[in-house]
Design a protein around this ligand. Structure first.
Ligand SMILES: [Zn+2]
Length: 207
């Protein structure tokens, strides 16, 4: 009986992996459709030119290397690093959302694939608001909702919770910058109502 339940678990995780591949393919198709409609190289994402950002406003979210760029079908940038590395708040801000308690969960059902994540609100000197999101953290953030953080403060550790490739543990941070239409309730560009900025156009170097 034990081996049957073991087999069942393995099949389930394989299934989740396949499901994930299909979901990202569908998203990529949708994005390319949107792209062909508005003929934009940024695939209907927000234009960073609309933001007034002072020089040196941001710091990198993590020391590592980019494994996947921001592009149509991928609404953030993936930065690989070693397990447990520090994740930094990219600017002064306030913690506004924490992925539900789920330390260690893996797969698409773990906070929609984001695993342990934290969202920080940044109010620019111009008054414009943007949000930074850090996904797949090793554990839940030790910061509290409403807590103010400074640029460069440690807000978590690099992990592979949620859906990462190679499944089940591709250690990286999926880092996103969301627009001011971000509403608490959605956790990503596509799942929520916000649109995204290309983080690689805002933060240099990003890793
Ligand atoms: Zn990613």
């Amino acid at each position: 009986l034990e081996s049957i339940s073991q087999q069942k678990l393995e099949l389930e995780s394989q299934l989740q992996g396949i499901q994930g591949e299909y979901l990202s393919e569908i998203e990529a198709l949708r994005d390319s459709e949107r792209n062909s409609q508005n003929n934009s190289t940024d695939c209907a994402f927000e234009d960073v030119e609309n933001l007034e950002i002072p020089d040196n406003y941001f710091t990198r979210p993590v020391f590592g290397y980019v494994t996947q760029n921001f592009h149509c079908g991928h609404d953030g940038v993936d930065i690989a690093s070693s397990l447990g590395s520090d994740i930094f708040s990219v600017a002064d801000g306030q913690v506004v959302r924490i992925g539900p308690k789920s330390d260690g969960c893996v797969g698409l059902n773990c906070n929609g694939g984001f695993g342990n994540f934290v969202v920080i609100k940044h109010t620019l000197p111009s008054g414009q608001k943007i949000y930074s999101l850090y996904a797949h953290m090793q554990n839940q953030t030790f910061r509290d909702i409403g807590e103010n953080v400074n640029k460069g403060d440690i807000i978590g550790r690099v992990g592979c919770t949620g859906y990462t490739v190679p499944y089940p543990c591709g250690v990286h941070v999926h880092f996103m910058i969301l627009s001011d239409t971000y509403e608490i309730g959605g956790i990503g560009c596509r799942l929520g109502r916000a649109t995204c900025y290309n983080p690689q156009k805002l933060i240099n170097p990003i890793s």
